[in-house]
Write a protein that binds this ligand. Structure first.
Ligand code: BES
Ligand code: MN
Length: 464
């Protein structure tokens, strides 16, 4: 192990240069004009995996390719500790709005110990840390105690449409004891964390249709429904003053937080005042009776993500718009069924929709929440590795974000996911000036180095 740690210590400048090469690909999965860049990024990753000693291939899919890279059989003699999959994604969110970036999103900029670029924290830096740790094992000839397969996809930010099918087709090859994922966060470098729960999600769009065309608001306004007004009224009825969603049955299947869980949530070190400052909002607001940590990780939500109607240009235009639209997502928590929640939400919206407009609802993606018991041996082994890598006692936490594919890992491969995030709360994932700290990058490499002996040991322990 010392050889692995020495190798990591000695090679940071080169790792940083390579990380920058990875970040320079504008691998924006959502934007068709970046399709060649996504492809090029995947090809670069395959070449890089081969260079560090992995057996890598590019797997084409109906969408963006998946990179699969395995440790060679000689790297883990007899592989006593079983097989683990390391999952990550090389695709990134669109960088817009560009004018808010202090430097171009695909020209990585180093400022002190922080690197700025789209995809730096979500998720290139996090998956690259694992690759570098495994490189250290392979290049120092240190035997790995288990076999590893990296699965790095290019469609995470657009819903992982191809990966679910890929998992089903490659069940035997990907059969594993657990999936290791670094695609979440930690509260701070002093507080490493294992995430034991993610929220689920349902997405949909509501359109209210009013008059057949935009109308002169002076000539006709007052005598005809305004769809934007109707939509505003409709959406306002979904939440009360106490931040509770008023849709009947919305909370029905939500498992109440136990005393122990509330104690765990209270240990989350980011205080309300810090959170308020971080978010730049005049005031925090959420469902009464729950702390902000609980509100954003363990309670379901109903959010308007986008709202469009009428004239959006400069100056004024006196019209009654023909239609109004809202893009909505609800975050779900463990034990809520996405199909059922979708049904009751749609039923309620239809029920309260006035007859003065015609409502159209289109369904988007959906995924269940995720929960893994912290008591399991592999979770406990991961906590030990976190402690060694960060030199601090790790915390167990729930995260509010979603990684829908973890449910497929469970259903297709029967594997739990070990969520070992490396991002910081102010890393600006999905926002302008996304960043990743080199401290997180280095601790992530150490985490990965310590993780394999711990996981392999726990796996053997459990089998014997
Ligand atoms: N890495 C994030 C998810 C995440 C971030 C989970 C922080 C927990 C903490 C992932 O790339 C992401 O953004 N997922 C989307 C999924 C959605 C599009 C289905 C999300 O959560 O919005
Ligand atoms: Mn993301």
């Amino acid at each position: 192990m010392q050889a692995v740690l020495d190798y990591l210590n000695q090679n940071q400048p080169r790792f940083l240069a390579e990380f920058c090469d990875y970040l320079r690909f504008p691998s924006v999965s959502a934007q068709p004009q970046h399709q060649p860049d996504v492809q090029a990024c995947a090809a670069w990753l395959v070449a890089h995996c081969r260079q560090i000693g992995l057996e890598a291939k590019l797997c084409e899919t109906p969408g963006h390719p998946i990179v699969v890279a395995k440790t060679p059989p000689a790297a883990a003699p007899r592989s006593p500790g079983g097989h683990f999959v390391v999952y990550g994604h090389y695709d990134v969110q669109p960088p817009e709005p560009l004018d808010l970036w202090q430097s171009p999103p695909f020209e990585p900029r180093l400022d002190g110990r922080v690197i700025y670029a789209r995809g730096s924290t979500d998720n290139k830096g996090q998956n690259f840390a694992h690759l570098k740790a495994v490189e250290a094992y392979l290049k120092t000839g240190t035997p790995l105690p288990c076999d590893l397969t990296f699965v790095i996809e290019g469609e995470e930010e657009v819903g992982s449409a191809s990966l679910a099918g890929f998992l089903k087709q490659n069940r035997t090859e990907l059969d594993c004891a657990a999936v290791v994922i670094s695609d979440t966060g930690i509260p701070s470098l002093q507080h490493p964390a294992l995430t034991c729960s993610l929220r689920g999600i349902i997405a949909f769009e509501i359109t209210l249709h009013g008059p057949a065309r935009d109308l002169h608001s002076g000539i006709f306004g007052g005598a005809v429904e305004n769809p934007a007004m109707a939509l505003a009224r409709l959406l306002a009825r979904v939440r009360d003053d106490k931040g509770r969603i008023t849709i009947p049955g919305f909370y029905e299947d939500v498992t109440p937080l136990s005393k122990y869980e509330r104690q765990q949530a209270a240990r989350y070190p980011l205080k309300d005042a810090q959170l308020k400052k971080l978010l730049g909002s005049p005031r925090l607001f959420g469902e009464h009776g729950f702390t902000p940590t609980e509100q954003r990780s363990a309670r379901p939500t109903f959010e308007i993500n986008g709202l469009t109607s009428g004239y959006q240009g400069e100056g004024s235009k006196t019209i009654v718009p023909a239609w109004a639209r809202a893009k909505i997502t609800c975050r779900l928590v463990p034990n809520q069924n996405p199909a059922r929640v979708r049904k009751i939400v749609v039923a309620y919206l239809k029920k309260i929709c006035p007859p003065t407009v015609r409502m159209e609802i289109t369904a988007g993606h959906g995924a269940e929440a995720y929960y893994v018991s912290p008591a399991g041996p592999l979770v406990q082994a991961s906590l030990r590795a976190l402690k060694q890598a960060f030199g601090a006692e790790p915390i167990l936490m729930r995260e509010g974000g979603s990684i829908p594919i973890v449910n497929e890992f469970k259903s297709s491969l029967g594997a739990d996911s070990l969520l070992l995030g490396l991002g910081l709360p102010d890393d600006n994932a999905h926002s302008p000036n996304e960043k990743f700290s080199l401290d997180c990058f280095e601790r992530g490499q150490r985490l990965s180095a310590f993780l394999w002996p711990e996981l392999a040991g726990a796996k053997q322990g459990r089998l014997s």
